[in-house]
Ligand binder design. Sequence first.
Ligand code: ZN
Length: 462
Amino acid sequence: MKLSFYGADRSVTGSCHMVECAGKRVLIDCGLYQGSRELDEENSHPFGFDAASVDYVLLTHAHLDHCGRLPLLSKRGFQGEIITTAASRELARLVMLDAAHLHEQDVSYRARIAGRRASTNQIMAPLYSVADALRSFDHFGRPAVYDVPIELAAGVRATFINAGHILGSASIYLQLTEGSQQSTVLFSGDLGKSGGPLLRDPTKPPAAANVVMETTYGDRLHKPLGPSIEEFYDAVTNTFKGGGNVIVPTFALERAQELLYFINQGIDHDRLTKSTQVFVDSPMAISATEIMQHHLEGLKPEIAKRIQDGHDPFHFPGLHFTRESAESAALNMIPAGAIIMAGSGMCTGGRVRHHLKHNLWRPESSIVFVGYAASGTLARRIIDGAKEVNIFGEQIPVRARIYTINGFSAHADQAELLSWQKQTGAKRTFLVHGEEQTMRSFATLLGDTRVELPVPNQVFEL
Ligand SMILES: [Zn+2]
């Protein structure tokens, strides 16, 4: 029985872990590295294992840093079954297609530049194409249902447990038997927090001998949600008074829907004006909003009931969805009074970079960050106080007001992570999916467990 690590080791992205038991190889997630050019290149490196030898992939959730290398896995020979919840399957489809599309665009953009400079450098092929992503969907097999064990093989049983992080997200509990040896491993996936407006709260974790857990916010506590919502309303009101726009770099899954819900509430309770204009400039966020309305099983009962009764908890008169890029470009003409939500959340790509280009230099506009920004990303540079940043080859001065509102985070904070780990009673705790310094400070808080900080390709006997 072995547990090995192939991504998100002493770093935040690229989640990929493997369990070998009873002659089967089970991968937990196969995510993309994100954050910088070097990390982008890391994605094309060998996995560290033979893709064709993997029997199952269990996918914790649909964020790109957890599912983004699945098309590559199938391109490199994976023939097994991918198992995840029904909602994650739909969202992962959306996320993987979008990523494939961006890879293709990136390569053709670089090809154009090289052509213009008559460069003889060889043009890279995309990491994977839209066709590769489509082919990888053929491997999605039976859907996982929360709390219902799945027998993958004699000696390997998997149970998906609601992690409350994004729609469909799960922690994965493995019960393993090999000969006379038995063990359990619980993979946290990304853990959400209790008390959010839309999603069901995370389920209490089962007891497990080993846990592999994320530590994204292992070194800090979030501000409470209530004051964060107020801070958001104030940011919007002040910016509109000053004659600017509010740009919200948004993760398309969850955060976008949560913000729409809060904006709607703010309008209902007169914290925002009835005429507030909101543009959701992200085809992925638009589709994710639709998917959410079809997966009521993941939502809080009161929200699910409202949707069932025909009410749309996200809709209000000033809400506009812009799918087409021409509509998106037209938003650059809006001088003031608009909230523009666009991806990507860490500003590593996507339409938000255009809106930043048109608003970052304007002292009357605001940029409101509502999610995690990995080091090396454009979002992180702006948050850390860069005086100017490079966008599409142009130096743009940062004069807009910058807000970082972390109470909206879809991740558990230090206290919630600690309490989760304690409930598992784990004898051995493997920390992944965090910056190394964060992991080290989180590790000092853990008692009664052996703590491991795996490095890439490290193998442990269970
Ligand atoms: Zn996530």
